[in-house]
Each structure stands twice: as structure tokens, then as C-alpha cells.
Design a protein around this ligand. Structure first.
Ligand SMILES: Nc1ncnc2c1ncn2[C@@H]1O[C@H](COP(=O)(O)OP(=O)(O)OP(=O)(O)O)[C@@H](O)[C@H]1O
Ligand SMILES: [Mg+2]
Length: 401
């Protein structure tokens, strides 16, 4: 086949996917099997917003490990909640923020004002911005619900002041409610007494058991793939693999990647060997799109740490050691080198988004004190190097165009 034929075949040839995009990370499924109880509980929490006389501000936390469906539960439920309220002429607005992209209270508030109310707030303080928002909501009688996902990227004070904004005119006149989403360890580090006093309900999502996972896989495969491309055995094999992590993303990523492998090999069926190959390539704790939310200098910091850690025999590194590697990475990619304190805060961000792990260990013999040791978290260093390199070289090409 000529080169052109290859391109055409990949573009228009057969695929086992009837709707590939329904397996993309940002897709919210039309149904959420096995989460009926949690959907109902979340909705019931916000019933007080629907009263005629005034509405009470509600703050709910959704807590659960990776891939337990926290984000999906929030988006799925609140979209329907908003629609159902609006159909009955109750002005509810749900806005979702992922704090990997929006990393401060200010960034969230400014975006709400500019994107949704067309008010420019540059030059105003946080208090003034909140004041503008609350006045606008009150005037238009809008009950705003803000979904704050990956909430550990903010600090407790930021979250608390969003809660306080909700109670601006006393709790009976509240216009802002929130849903705060986090994994359990991060949630524990965020939660303090003042914050917990404002949480009306905490929904702890349990992990998915094998039956749940099989049900989810059946539903998602039915939407994404042609029925002849897989069998019960295919889905059972994947459910066996992800039963230990209890993580739906783990199973869905394996389904997606094994499907892509079948396409690449021009096969019309997902063979077990593709599932086994895909399994080795999936890191269940790491969201596929997490690298996309990083700034350029954070990607370079991640690359430098990962390069250090991919050297044979090295299992951990330090800020000082990886900073040297960072300087080289910046040169290689033609980027301006930032100072060590910026590098240190980039490492902190990488830790918060779950790309790298940190432990505190004693420093070399003869010196006193302890210093943070950096390791990769879920994904092997060599794989991380490759993935970041792909992103950085793509963005370089982009700038050239
Ligand atoms: N009950 C379900 N039915 C169908 N799909 C589901 C269900 N639960 C989760 N998923 C899918 O599994 C994947 C992971 O779910 P989600 O992103 O909501 O997890 P999460 O708890 O937010 O994880 P993280 O802590 O990593 O952000 C998504 O693709 C989501 O659509
Ligand atoms: Mg999530």
C-alpha cells in the first residue's frame, strides 16, 4: 500500500469503535450504573435551594479514591439538577471547576464573573469580586452551585471564604452553594475544624466491586464499541484485572487501549493479548489528562525529576539534584530557566496533582537535618519521560507554525 493509502486507511478504514470519544476522560456518561443511591443523596442535599421563600446555602463534600466516580457523579447529577430546576422556572446554575487548571479562589471567582456574567474584575480585590458576584446573583435570583474538584490544590482558607460568601446575607438568603471533591488523604490534610463546621454532608464513595465494574464495563463498551468487537469474556477479563484497584478508570482505560491496539493491528476483535498489553500501559491512579493541565515550567520540572529517576540504580532524588537536571532540560527545549524557589513550588504542585511522591528522609551522613526525597508516584519514570517529551515536542512544533 502506498504511504497515502496508509493515511487514508487510518482515516477512513474500519474501526472497532462506533463512538471512541465516549471513552475520553472528559466524557460524562448518560447513565451511571451502580451509583443510584449516591445520585439521590446528592440531589436531596440541594432540595433546600428549590424553596420559594429563600434558599439555604449547602456545602457537600464528595470523597473517594481514584476512579471511584467522584467527578462523574458530580457532573452527571448537577447537570440534571440544573435542568430540572430551570424547567420549573427556578434559577439554578451549576459551574464546575477543576483546580488543576483553576488553582486559586481568585482564579475561580474571576472566571465565574467573566465567563458567566461578562463582568471584568481585573484590578479588584477578592472581597470586591465576591461582593459583585453576590449582588449579581441576588438581583437575578440565581442559586449558584460551584463544583470544586481536586480541591486540595486550594488551601482551607480559600475554600472557607467561598463558603462564607455563600452566607453573605445570612443563611436564609444564600446564593452560593458548593460541592467540594477530593481523594481521602488529600481531604484529611485539607479538613480543619472551621471547614468541617460548614460541610452539611460528606458523601464517601466506596470502591467498585467486581460485579459493579463488570456492569460499568458492559454499559460503557455498549456505547463505545461495535458489539462484534468484544465478548463477555473480554469484559470479564478486564473486570478481573481492575477488581483489586476497585477503580472504574482502570478498567475503562484498559478497554480503550486494548481497542486502540486492535485497530492498529487491523483486527476486528479485542483479543486477550491486547488486554494484557494494555494493562501494562495503564496507571490507574493517574488521570490520562493530568499532564495537560500543567504549565510549561512544571512539565520541565517533571521531566527533570523523571530523568533523574530513570537513571539505573536511582530510586529517589532531591530538589537540589533535580534542579541541575531542570537547567539542562530548559536549555534543551529553549525555555527560560526559573529560579530554584519557583522550581521548588513546581515540585510541590507535581506532588499535589499526584505525579510525584515525596518522603522525608535523613540527609547524607555527617550532615544534620532531614530533607525531602522525591520519587515518582504511580507511573514509572521512563514512561513519564516519554509522555512529557511527547507533549513538549508537540507544543514546540505548535509555536513554530
Ligand atoms: N458508575 C459509573 N458508570 C459509568 N462510568 C463510570 C462510573 N463511575 C466512574 N465511571 C467512569 O470512570 C472514570 C473515572 O471516574 P471519575 O473520573 O469520576 O473518577 P474520580 O473519582 O473523579 O477519580 P480521580 O480521583 O482520579 O479524579 C470516568 O471515565 C467515569 O466516566
Ligand atoms: Mg475526578
Amino acid at each position: 500500500m502506498s504511504g497515502f493509502g496508509n493515511v487514508e486507511n487510518a482515516m477512513f478504514g474500519k474501526s472497532i469503535f462506533k463512538s471512541e470519544s465516549t471513552l475520553y476522560p472528559e466524557y460524562v456518561p448518560i447513565e451511571l450504573p451502580t451509583r443510584e443511591e449516591e445520585i439521590e443523596r446528592l440531589v436531596r442535599n440541594f432540595r433546600s435551594l428549590l424553596g420559594q421563600e429563600g434558599s439555604f446555602s449547602v456545602n457537600v463534600a464528595i470523597v473517594g479514591d481514584a476512579g471511584m466516580g467522584k467527578t462523574a457523579l458530580c457532573k452527571y447529577t448537577m447537570k440534571r439538577f440544573e435542568e430540572a430546576a430551570n424547567n420549573r422556572n427556578i434559577n439554578v446554575k451549576f459551574l464546575y471547576y477543576n483546580c488543576h487548571s483553576f488553582r486559586s479562589k481568585t482564579a475561580i471567582l474571576r472566571n465565574i464573573l467573566s465567563e458567566h456574567f461578562h463582568i471584568q474584575s481585573r484590578g479588584f480585590s477578592d472581597e470586591e469580586i465576591l461582593d459583585m458576584l453576590v449582588k449579581r446573583l441576588t438581583r437575578e435570583r440565581i442559586r449558584l452551585i460551584i463544583g470544586i474538584d481536586e480541591a486540595n490544590m486550594l488551601n482551607s482558607e480559600d475554600i472557607l471564604s467561598i463558603f462564607h460568601a455563600g452566607e453573605y446575607f445570612g443563611s436564609e438568603q444564600s446564593m452560593i452553594s458548593t460541592i467540594v471533591i477530593s481523594r481521602p488523604i488529600e481531604w484529611r490534610s485539607l479538613l480543619n475544624v472551621p471547614l468541617s463546621g460548614h460541610i452539611h454532608d460528606q458523601i464517601d464513595l466506596p470502591g467498585y466491586n467486581r460485579d459493579n465494574l463488570l456492569q460499568i464495563l458492559e454499559y460503557r463498551a455498549q456505547t463505545a464499541l461495535y458489539p462484534t468487537s468484544y465478548s463477555d469474556e473480554t469484559l470479564n477479563l478486564i473486570a478481573d484485572i481492575c477488581a483489586s484497584s476497585q477503580n472504574a478508570r482502570h478498567g475503562l482505560e484498559i478497554l480503550y487501549r486494548s481497542g486502540k491496539l486492535a485497530d492498529l493491528k487491523h483486527e476486528s476483535f479485542i483479543n486477550p493479548e491486547y488486554i494484557r498489553a494494555a494493562r501494562a500501559d495503564v496507571y490507574p491512579e493517574l488521570r490520562r489528562d493530568v499532564l495537560k493541565d500543567l504549565r510549561q515550567h512544571e512539565l520541565l520540572a517533571a521531566l527533570s525529576v523523571a530523568r533523574k529517576l530513570s537513571i539505573k540504580g536511582i530510586t529517589s532524588t532531591t530538589v537540589d539534584d533535580s534542579y541541575e537536571s531542570y537547567v539542562l532540560c530548559c536549555e534543551e527545549y529553549g525555555e527560560e530557566t526559573r529560579g530554584k524557589s519557583t522550581f521548588r513550588s513546581a515540585v510541590e504542585t507535581l506532588h499535589k496533582v499526584g505525579i510525584i511522591g515525596k518522603t522525608v528522609g535523613p540527609i547524607e551522613e555527617g550532615k544534620r537535618g532531614r530533607r525531602a526525597k522525591i520519587t515518582t508516584f504511580d507511573i514509572p519514570a521512563t514512561v513519564l519521560v516519554e509522555r512529557i517529551h511527547n507533549i513538549l515536542s508537540k507544543s514546540k512544533d505548535y509555536y513554530k507554525i
